[in-house]
Design a protein around this ligand. Structure first.
Ligand SMILES: *Cc1c(COP(=O)(O)O)cnc(C)c1O
Length: 381
């Protein structure tokens, strides 16, 4: 059987995003042992790079071996115990996934709901915390990739703190693309993912735990149900220095790639990366509007790295995306949950957030609308 050769694609969906050649080359280097002193040195550097990307000084900063969802499992699984009450902000698929994990941890989940496409209302969170003084944790998503909404993380974390609750944030789609300031915002625990704005292949989840989160984990009445994602065990593996113990075998080559992706981010600088995502996104927004496409999220709450547009009337969602993929070599995302079949999700994340990519996408969409004989209709609407 011949070797698998992936087709040439421009990835402009909700992830994975385009991976720069330097990162791919880093992953192709020879595998060494995960307890080799050279590898341990790389892990220490990687922790520093993650601290930079997430803007934190947290000692407990490491990378979970698994995709963004593994980061979610690690954070919820360690911070939640049976019998706890957790308030979960829910305005999309990933907020709902957090709620499911809270329930699986044996806790009571109180949902603060918001219409999809709108940000969480801080007043509603405050109200829920007044009604549930027994709550010990607030969970929320920063950039909701299912809807393209950017929630006000700083304000949600502040309200949690005012009610004596710790906060856990999903910043899978936001780190590198928009400002994320773990320490300044007082976030107690957070996880991200390698394959969104960090421009790395999927499969890794950098995460960080502040002093209050560590205290809570140490005070658990029962050990974390997951052995693989037990932060007490993982801390000994990731920051044990020369005394590092075998826990599991870290994905050695994948971590070379993340190291290089974060070196690239540091070379560019976080500020420059955030600005690039913002300006490329503005260009895309006006171009999409020129094509007659309607953005679903108000500019004030829009995540620049993930634009959501309505599928125009008379266009078959799946067929159009297939055409874009087959004819133009471009991947965009379909809708999730209630958005399925109704919206497209266009990711301008990490290395993919470039003006040339926006121009290529706009040209390709325009051609495919033409092919469907739809351009006139769209321009008129
Ligand atoms: C992509 C994403 C996840 C899940 O990450 P996986 O790598 O697919 O497990 C979680 N939360 C948000 C906000 C995401 O965008």
């Amino acid at each position: 059987m011949p070797a698998f050769v992936p087709p040439n694609r421009l990835l402009l969906g909700p992830g994975p995003s385009a991976v720069p050649a330097r990162v791919l080359q880093a992953t192709a280097q020879p595998t060494i042992g995960h307890l080799d002193p050279a590898f341990i040195g790389m892990m220490d550097e990687l922790n520093d790079l993650v601290r930079y990307a997430m803007q934190t000084e947290n000692h407990c900063t490491l990378t979970i071996s698994g995709p963004g969802s593994a980061g979610m499992e690690a954070c919820i699984g360690n911070l939640v115990e049976a019998g706890d009450t957790v308030v979960v902000c829910r305005n999309g698929v990933f907020g709902e996934r957090m709620r499911q994990l809270v329930i699986r941890a044996g806790a009571t989940a109180i949902a603060v709901d918001q219409t999809w496409g709108e940000p969480i209302d801080p007043v509603a969170l405050d109200q829920a915390l007044r009604e549930h003084p027994e709550a010990s944790l607030v969970a929320f998503v920063h950039a909701e990739t299912s809807t393209g909404v950017l929630n006000d993380a700083e304000q949600l974390a502040r309200i949690a703190d005012e009610h004596g609750c710790l906060s856990v944030m999903d910043c899978v789609a936001s780190v590198g693309g928009v400002p994320v300031r773990i320490d300044e915002w007082g976030i107690d625990a957070a996880y991200t993912g390698s394959q969104k704005c960090l421009a790395c292949p999927p499969g890794l989840a950098p995460a960080t735990f502040g002093p209050r989160a560590i205290e809570r984990i140490q005070a658990r009445k029962t050990p974390t149900a997951s052995w693989m994602f037990d932060i007490s065990e993982l801390t000994r593996y990731w920051s044990g220095g020369a005394r590092r113990n075998y826990h599991h075998t870290a994905p050695v080559n994948a971590l070379y790639g993340l190291h290089e992706a974060l070196v690239l981010l540091r070379e560019e600088g976080l500020d420059a990366s955030w600005k690039r995502h913002g300006s490329v996104s503005s260009l895309a927004c006006s171009g999409l509007a020129d094509l007659g496409l309607q953005l679903t999220v108000n500019e004030a709450h829009r995540a620049p790295q993930l634009l959501v547009v309505q599928v125009p009337h008379g266009v078959d969602d799946a067929q159009f995306r297939r055409q874009l993929l087959d004819v133009e070599g471009i991947e965009i995302g379909g809708g999730l949950g209630p958005g399925a079949g109704k919206v497209w999700r266009i990711g301008l994340m990490g290395h993919g957030a470039r003006e040339a990519n926006v121009e290529r996408l706009l040209g390709a969409m325009s051609r495919q609308f033409d092919a469907l004989g739809l351009q006139g209709i769209e321009r008129a609407s």
